[in-house]
Design a protein around this ligand. Structure first.
Ligand code: ADP
Length: 326
């Protein structure tokens, strides 16, 4: 692979607020460095079908404030096959794309790793997911916006929970990681967070009930991370009905509204920094790394480490939620 003159950029998997800010930063930093940019539509699907457009600086005008992704996103099962990836590589060559910047979550980075194993293509990934479940970066693009959405929703639910003196289970996303639930609980003053990371250690629901939810009040809001193993908020509410019928439990599933909305300042700044850093990484000859920010510094995280699920929720935050809900 010779010197890079043209990069392709795509967003893939679940969308996240701030992806547009990242597309803008990657595009403009690349152009600033004299490179050409091609926008690949619908994630890996566009690479396979050749849905690829020349990008200029104005292609990314007026998007920093917008949620979603102007490049669209899609799940692309074809990319999981060798034939699919071969077709993607041939289209890259045809379009004169020398390197790729991919923005997405763990599935997207897994795909990038497979592609890079088979073909001589420098790839840099940006962590774009509300779930914050990638290791090596303190935060992923979209996490902060989703947290703010959860906080607003819980603030509203609090009014009805207090008035009716009810127990609310509020299910949030997380892809079986507890960051949104735990940080959402801290930000909204919820009584508890039930997260997959603690599931193996303890029966979190039973502990909550045994401790009397919130001693000083008759209502409680519990944030629950989606988790097929426990059935999420629905599963917990059914258990309450069966095992603790003295409680009047209600369920709210926040669902896809967590993915939408204008990105927060923090997500726009993170996306802008990471987008620019992706181009710096390629200029420095980095490949097959995710760019992240750890302790305020830009870091290059090998794909295997980013996917390694070594990032742990902070156990002191689990304790803090308990202390602050007495
Ligand atoms: P996210 O990036 O948000 O985790 P997905 O898990 O849906 O989203 O992954 C996005 C896309 O990445 C998939 O549709 C597929 O094209 C690609 N991908 C995921 N896993 C693999 C894999 N094991 N091999 C090749 N491509 C993959």
């Amino acid at each position: 692979m010779g010197a890079i003159k043209c990069i392709g950029i795509l967003t893939s998997g679940g969308d996240a607020p701030g992806m547009n800010a990242a597309i803008r930063a990657v595009t403009r930093t690349a152009i600033f460095n004299g490179w050409r940019v091609k926008g690949i539509m619908r994630g890996y699907k566009g690479l396979i079908t050749g849905e690829i457009a020349d990008f200029t600086s104005s292609s990314v005008s007026n998007i920093i404030q917008k949620g979603g992704t102007i490049l669209k996103t899609a799940r692309c099962p074809e990319f999981k096959s060798e034939e699919g990836r071969q077709a993607a590589y041939e289209n890259m060559r045809k379009e004169g794309i020398d390197a790729l910047v991919v923005i997405g979550g763990d599935g997207t980075i897994t795909g990038a790793r497979c592609f890079a194993d088979e073909f001589d293509v420098p790839i840099v990934a940006l962590p774009g997911t509300i779930d914050n479940d990638l290791s090596g970066t303190d935060s992923t693009i979209g996490f902060d916006t989703a947290l703010n959405t959860i906080m607003d929703a819980v603030d509203k639910l609090r009014d009805t929970a207090t008035s009716h003196e009810r127990l609310f289970f509020v299910e949030v996303m997380g892809n079986t990681a507890g960051y949104l639930a735990l940080n959402g609980a801290l930000a909204s003053g919820a009584e508890a967070a039930i997260i997959p990371e603690m599931e193996t250690e303890t029966d979190q629901l039973k502990n909550l009930i045994d401790n009397g939810f919130r001693k000083s009040k008759n209502s409680a809001i519990v944030l629950v991370a989606e988790n097929p193993a426990t059935g999420g908020a629905m599963g917990l509410a059914e258990r309450v009905k069966r095992e603790f019928p003295q409680y009047d439990a209600r369920v709210t599933i926040l669902g896809h509204l967590q993915r939408g909305g204008s990105p927060t300042a923090q997500d726009r700044i993170l996306a802008s920094r990471l987008g620019a850093a992706a181009i710096t990484a390629l200029k420095e000859g980095q490949r097959n790394v995710m760019v992240g920010i750890s302790n305020l510094e830009t870091v290059y995280v090998p794909f295997t480490k980013a996917l390694g699920r070594t990032k742990r929720v902070r156990s002191e935050n689990v304790e803090l939620v308990k202390i602050l809900s007495i």
